[in-house]
Design a protein around this ligand. Structure first.
Ligand code: PLP
Length: 462
């Protein structure tokens, strides 16, 4: 892009903004020192549909839905209107001892949409809070039933459930977990059903069933001491968009039932149509004991999470003794504005055939990605609904990743994406598309070309 005189004032404004920002703001999931050097921090002025508009006048296709939160595009008028209307009526009220229409309406609708049997809704403020709530509720409900020995959790290798101490403990991403390990409870990690790890001649389903056998053995050994199994159904997103066959989730449900263990489905990233069904668990035909939702719940507009559970868990807390209740809260639990944004999101699901549109859209994504399948440095192209991922490798036969300068390569790919007008934020050697559902063919053109450029940058980088 050539910078002419007419945009010089915008560049000056962006530069001044950056200097102020770097003087005071500490950004998440970031080595801040990189922003002093090769990694640009990009001030965004506004969002429209699938596009983000930067202060310097450049535009970017949001290929990752702003950390997987956005469903229907940025600054969606219907969601913005619902937020404004609710803010003018009741912005917040303590949710202990008080109730409100948007919270009730959302709970009724979520219970009606979720897999059969999830009829109780508890609100949190973000995804990690939802995980903490599910873990505590599971443990506490066993405790209230006289099964206080159930103090352990089983989590999957390569899984991710958030950054707070409890959620991080059941996560298995070394980059995030390792340094805090001395502070964390120790779950029992079960092998991931990840189809990328399939042995020669093994189908995705075989691979899932093999992992389920390992889970069976762990439950055989530890079952009476386990409160819950926690997993991300169908796609381990932060773990590199690794995907598995629904047979694993079905088997996990069966095994948990056999051992009196709860199943916690973390659909914070995969819920609300991402995988092709409204909830990923539907593809396994199961109901978890806890369904954790956040991210897309408000279509990326406001922080909110919900934990859905069943009457049996709820009944374990129903008592004359106050201390047997679930005494967990966050100040903004059930925030009415966030609930209104979620209701507006569900209105959009009700008004249009979102899942049908996504089927067509995911087919278009698959066509766009087909050209990469034969690339000498693409070891795998995989897709589940509106998530498509490319595994960048040194050698497509062994599918070994480049092991020199992995960080510099990922950064080069990220920068090449930005230079081509798209936000692609590689997870290590995995490039992926997880766009808003409103993405059109013009935006897909940009994503496709940006991906081609990002792959070249990744491969050429030394
Ligand atoms: C993002 C995510 C979380 C954590 O949600 P936050 O709102 O970032 O705390 C938990 N689980 C999964 C699967 C996620 O993708």
């Amino acid at each position: 892009m050539t910078h002419n005189d007419s945009i010089a004032p915008m560049l000056a404004e962006a530069d001044a903004f950056l200097a102020r920002d770097l003087a005071v703001v500490w950004h998440p999931c970031t080595q801040m020192k990189e922003h002093r050097g090769e990694l640009p921090l990009i001030p965004i002025r506004r969002g429209r549909g699938a596009w983000l508009e930067a202060m310097d006048g450049r535009r970017y296709v949001d290929g990752i839905s702003s950390w997987w939160t956005n469903l229907f595009g940025h600054a969606h008028p219907a969601i913005a209107a619902a937020i404004g209307a609710q803010a003018a009526e009741l912005e917040h009220v303590i949710y202990a001892g008080f109730a409100h229409e948007p919270g009730l309406r959302l709970a009724e609708r979520l219970a009606a949409l979720a897999p059969q049997g999830l009829s109780r809704v508890f609100y949190g403020e973000n995804g990690s809070a939802a995980i903490e709530i599910a873990l505590k509720m599971s443990f506490h409900s066993h405790q209230n039933r006289g099964e206080g020995q159930r103090t352990r959790f089983i989590a999957l290798q390569n899984g991710y459930h958030g950054e707070t101490i409890g959620a991080l403990a059941v996560s298995d991403i070394p980059l995030f977990r390792r340094v805090y390990a001395p502070l964390l409870m120790e779950p029992i990690f079960a092998p991931s059903p990840d189809a990328f790890m399939a042995k020669a001649g093994e189908s995705a389903e075989d691979c899932a069933l093999r992992a389920a056998q390992s889970l069976a053995a762990l439950l055989q050994e530890h079952g009476p001491h386990v409160a819950a199994l926690i997993l991300e159904p169908l796609v381990q997103c932060a773990g590199g968009m690794r995907m598995h066959h629904p047979a694993y989730v079905r088997e996990a449900r069966r095994l948990c039932d056999a051992h009196g263990v709860h199943l916690i489905a973390d659909e914070i990233a995969v819920g609300f149509g991402r995988t092709g069904t409204l909830f990923a668990c539907e593809q396994a035909g199961i109901t978890p004991d806890f369904l954790c939702l956040s991210k897309g719940l408000t279509s990326g507009s406001l922080p909110l999470s919900a934990v859905l559970t069943n009457e049996s868990v709820y009944a374990a807390f129903w008592d004359d003794d106050r201390t047997r209740g679930f005494l967990h809260s966050h100040s903004y639990t059930g925030n009415p504005i966030a609930c209104a944004a979620a209701n507006a999101t569900l209105d959009l699901f009700a008004a249009t055939d979102v899942l049908g549109n996504n089927r067509a859209l995911s087919a278009r994504m698959r066509e766009r990605a087909a050209r990469f399948a034969t690339h000498p440095h693409v070891g795998d192209v995989r897709q589940t609904g509106m998530i498509l991922a490319l595994e960048l490798v040194e050698d497509r036969n062994t599918r070994e990743a480049f092991n020199d300068h992995p960080r510099r390569r990922a950064l080069a790919a990220y920068r090449a994406g930005l230079d081509s007008g798209a936000v692609l934020r590689p997870l290590g050697n995995v490039l992926y598309w997880m766009p808003p559902y409103c993405i059109g063919s013009e935006e897909l053109d940009v994503l496709e070309q940006a991906t081609a450029n990002a792959i070249e940058a990744y491969v050429q980088c030394a």
